[in-house]
Design a protein around this ligand. Sequence first.
Ligand code: ADP
Ligand code: MG
Length: 484
Amino acid sequence: MPVDYSKYEPVIGLEIHIQLSTKSKAYSSDSTTYGEPPNTNVSPISLGHPGTLPLMNKKTIESAVKLGLAVGSDIREMNEFARKNYFYADLPKGYQITQHETPICTGGNVVVKDAEGNPKNIGITRIHMEEDSGKSMHDIDPFNTLIDLNRAGVPLLEMVSEPDFRSGEEAYSYLSEVRKLVRYLDISDGNMEEGSMRCDVNVSVRPKGREKFGTKVEVKNMNSFRNVQKAIDFEIKRQIELVESGGEVEQTTMNFNAATGETILLRSKEDAHDYRYFTEPDLQPVVVTEEYVGKVKENMPALPSELFEKYVKELGLSEYDASILTENKSIALYFEDLIQHTSNAKAAANWMMGEIKSHLNAKAIEIDDFPIASSTIAELIALVDDSKISNTVASQKVFPLLLESNSKSPLELAKENNWIQESNQDALTGFVEAALAKYPDKVEEYKNGKKGVLGLFMGEVMKMSQGKADPKVANQLVRQALEK
Ligand code: ADP
Ligand code: MG
């Protein structure tokens, strides 16, 4: 009998580790620079030598507060740290300093798109500060595991969601939003492929209509957003099929295998760690005052959601345009600049998403390396709005010249190349009269109701003006002349 998947509702919660882009580590002054030779960014503190003491990095706290404010969390005043004890070769201290019972942020939410494309709130349970472990490399030496401790002690934020997701797609949308957020806030590069954003998913299924959650399975080791989505979808299907065939889901931790798209058992609940948490005796609690939170709030950059709202409500752009423009922080900042110089927001958006995006794609560069100043693009928009040049001339003639050199203004380029449109009524009237005189029979046809011949006269006028006639004005004059 085929399995009826629609009888079940998936329930999913995500735990994301966000690696912060601070200059130094969470509890020492060791550098965090990525890609340095192994085991060079290490001091006795990172190595966990006896007698060393941790020192709190203020940047970690600021980053946590920023993220918390961005998602609407409550920010805790008294922040204690705890030791989470376990033994592993890439954890030289034998414990991780983390926040156990006093996470710096609690509550809040992130808006994602559900299956119908409608906004949906995903609750945030908590965000807490902790430190990363070193890296074990199993695939370099055929006989030994190699350890690089450069990453040991790099600050992380762990962001735990409520079990609010109902599909892999929603989880994908959430990850994109969180990445966008940390990049806007400038607290992490949010790069999942490079490990600066890591995600564990918790998946369970329950018969539709039942309130009680099913037993959850945790899946680890996905290195892209798509793989997170795939792992969830695979796990949902596996669990439903298991339950339908009379089996029972057991609380386990699974690994995702990107090559096969399947999840495989890593460990069962019996192997669960007892971390023996206790208060970290070497770090004083960090007091985050209301005044401090206020200061961080004052210096917060505009958030993508705020810009989106502004573009739709104040500038009258479509939701589609607004979402494209806010997808990437640098693009949004360029656009923000651009609209300081022009009030034609729609034209500005079209330039961003048309010519400028195409150029960036073709050259495989980021907007930060785009050679034309936003004020120059605004000048181009003004020339078109004033009917000095046509849109086509602006995008296909002037724009490419501006890309090559910024020594001349759009107006200078249009002038010296003779691209300024003819909207002078007297000159145009001459062309119109000449065009009508050339085809008297067509004028008759027009008068007899064959309005389509208008195009022929327009073509003539454009030809005679060497393409410089302002089409709007010319069209009006041709009509007037024909209807006389
Ligand atoms: P644990 O104690 O095993 O770490 P938590 O209660 O801390 O579990 O939850 C960890 C993550 O799992 C959270 O993101 C939470 O939303 C999610 N979660 C909890 N229960 C379930 C469930 N039954 N099904 C799916 N996800 C769940
Ligand atoms: Mg937990």
